[in-house]
Design a protein around this ligand. Structure first.
Ligand code: PEP
Ligand code: MG
Length: 593
């Protein structure tokens, strides 16, 4: 009998193969009471396991393969940090001594305690770090039982292996490329877990958060991973198998075709050029940007420079990073967003759990530009670094989470001060173009005033949708209400794009909508000519663009914009996509005739 399970989509595409169960962890922990004289031996054994774990993680960090995702180093460092925390490295020893029990059992007790503490955290991002803690604990446990690499897959495995695990650590996934893993699924993990992020950037079909999958699958059983739709099919019948084999062939052909588009101009069938930019988080990401043939950087999330450290990054430190990126881009534009801190991106000096000074509603609190304006020294330091980097190539500076023209005016005053400070120091600098993000409804509705004070704008749809529909973008419980195609969102988008175009100011979208092919034609019809996205999505979006005819799409737009029924929205959008597709086919066959 075949079983279909639904989870969270991580890496797109289809994989068909035989299940390889990774069984490990705390399922069968030996439990033993100790005699008084055995306690010292047991604590030594535990400490040796901690040392071995540290050695393995350090070794891993030092031997990250070239083709590994850029996030990997940071994830392994996080695991090392968790390992050195007293909660994992010292408190189990106290349990061994106090309760006189063996090390594995003590570690299990401590892990359960920590899990409960993680579960009680409100912030989704921090709550998901529980998986990281469990992965580190599991590694210590494996060292205790003498299983230093339970994940090692023997070379006799065929290429059609699909890994089925409770969870996979970033360290595990390093081996995936070399070992030709076709796909993987896990019981654990949410949409923002590290496993999901890695699945996406490794580009391996994967579904996570399947809860009980591991208990429903037998070793060697045939499974299908539909990573694009977050579906796992266990023991598929012949008809389903044949259908997915067809999909797999289609997917592979499509991918090969897409790669050929790298150097093709993103020009529509009616001759309109579209600019395709990349969203990046570090200088490392320039490699993926170049692979996708992006026209430059539309969003550099600079706040990542502020995370995982105890102090603020200095002007020189930031200048080094920004100028490295500008130089690597060789004349392509770099858009640096000034630090968008707060909510889920909190430096250590902010306090716990996204709560700044005890604020219980951080998304509506001192976040984004509000925080920069409240910390003018930090703000001006960053702007001086950006100004200095601008002497080496085209740089745009963008302010996040602007709500009003007042804020823009204040930003401009600080910007002028930053320039004056550099002049007084005789420091050379260039002048970046100035823009702001439109991601709050008040900014969207007053965009014409904001445009008068800026050279360009970029729409952050991730937050614009969140604030328009009052739906926490990171909360699973309300994710069904997070609707990019909601008429309220579409009307705001259309208003922003149309206003900017009328005023002759460049407008882009740098939220997730820009990289989702489902919305490409709609956005083209609205007048969007600049998209910025995760480089992994760029060629698929380009493919839609070069097969689109904007004039024809524009004819269909009023129907979508005039609709005010959220339930009808998706249907109209589907029609818009289908009409355009149908037209392409007709055009192609006409040309062939
Ligand atoms: C957005 O809100 O759409 C955006 C691009 O910013 P971030 O996702 O970093 O909040
Ligand atoms: Mg945002």
């Amino acid at each position: 009998m075949s079983i279909v399970l639904h989870g969270v989509s991580a890496g797109k595409g289809v994989a068909i193969g035989r299940a390889r169960l990774i069984v490990r962890g705390f399922d069968e922990v030996p439990q033993r009471n100790l005699a008084a004289e055995e306690v010292a031996v047991e604590t030594e054994r535990f400490e040796a396991a901690i040392k071995a774990t540290r050695r393995q993680l350090e070794q891993l960090r030092n031997s990250i393969p070239e083709n590994a995702p850029t996030e990997l180093g940071a994830f392994i460092s996080l695991h090392l940090m968790l390992l050195t925390d007293v909660t994992l490295s010292r408190e189990p020893v106290d349990i061994i001594e106090d309760q006189r029990i063996n090390a594995e059992w003590a570690l299990k007790i401590q892990t359960e305690r920590l899990s409960e503490q993680f579960d009680a955290i409100d912030d989704e991002y921090l709550r998901e770090r529980k998986q990281d803690m469990l992965q580190v604990a599991e590694r210590i446990h494996n060292n205790l039982i003498g299983l230093s690499n339970p994940f090692k897959i023997s070379s006799d495995l065929l290429n059609d292996t699909i890994i089925i695990a409770h969870d996979l650590s970033p360290a595990d996934t390093v081996h995936f490329r070399d070992q030709q893993i076709t796909g993987f699924v896990t019981d654990a993990g949410g949409p923002t877990s590290h496993t999901a992020i890695l699945g996406r950037s490794l580009d391996i079909p994967s579904v996570i958060g399947l809860r009980q999958a591991r208990h429903l699958i037998s070793e060697d059983e045939w499974v299908i991973v539909d990573g694009s739709n977050g579906v796992l099919i266990i023991n598929p019948d012949d008809i389903v198998l044949a259908e997915y084999r067809r999909k797999l062939r289609e997917f592979r052909t499509k991918k090969r075709e897409l790669n050929k588009l790298k150097d093709t101009a993103a020009t529509t069938q009616d001759g309109i050029n579209i600019e395709l930019l990349a969203n990046i988080e570090s200088a490392e990401d320039i490699k993926t940007l170049n692979k996708a043939g992006a026209d430059g950087v539309g969003l550099f999330r600079s706040e990542y420079l502020y995370l995982n450290r105890d102090s603020l990054p200095s002007e020189d430190e930031q200048f080094a990073v920004y100028s490295e990126i500008v130089k690597k881009l060789k004349g392509k534009p770099l858009t640096i967003r000034t630090a968008d801190l707060g909510v889920d991106k909190n430096p250590r000096w902010f306090g716990q759990n996204g709560s700044i000074n005890g604020c219980t509603n951080p998304a509506l609190g001192l976040t984004g530009i509000r925080l920069s304006l409240a910390e003018p020294v930090m703000f001006r330091t960053q702007m001086r670094a950006i100004l200095r980097a601008a002497q080496f190539g085209p740089v745009n500076m963008m302010w996040p989470m602007i709500t009003s023209v007042e804020e823009l005016k204040q930003c401009r005053i600080h910007f002028e001060t930053a320039q004056r400070q550099l002049t007084e120091r005789n420091e050379p600098f260039g002048l970046p173009k100035i823009g702001c993000m439109i991601e709050i409804p008040s900014a969207a509705l007053t965009v014409s005033v904001l445009l008068k004070l800026t050279d360009f704008i970029s729409i952050g749809t991730n937050d614009l949708i969140q604030y328009t529909l009052s739906v926490d973008r990171g909360d699973d419980a309300v994710s069904y209400l997070y609707q990019p195609a909601h008429p309220a969102v579409l009307n705001l988008l259309f208003h922003i794009i149309r206003t900017a175009n009328r005023m002759g100011k460049p407008v882009s979208i740098c939220g997730e909508m820009a990289g989702d092919t489902h919305y490409t034609r709609l956005l083209l019809a609205m007048g969007l000519r600049r998209f910025s996205m995760n480089p992994a999505n760029l060629l698929a979006v380009k493919d839609v663009i070069i097969h689109s005819h904007i004039n024809q799409l524009e004819d269909e737009l009023p129907k979508v914009i005039r609709n005010d029924d959220p339930e009808k929205s998706e249907r109209l959008l589907k029609q818009l996509n289908e009409i355009a597709h149908h037209t392409d086919t007709t055009l192609k066959s006409m040309l062939a005739d």
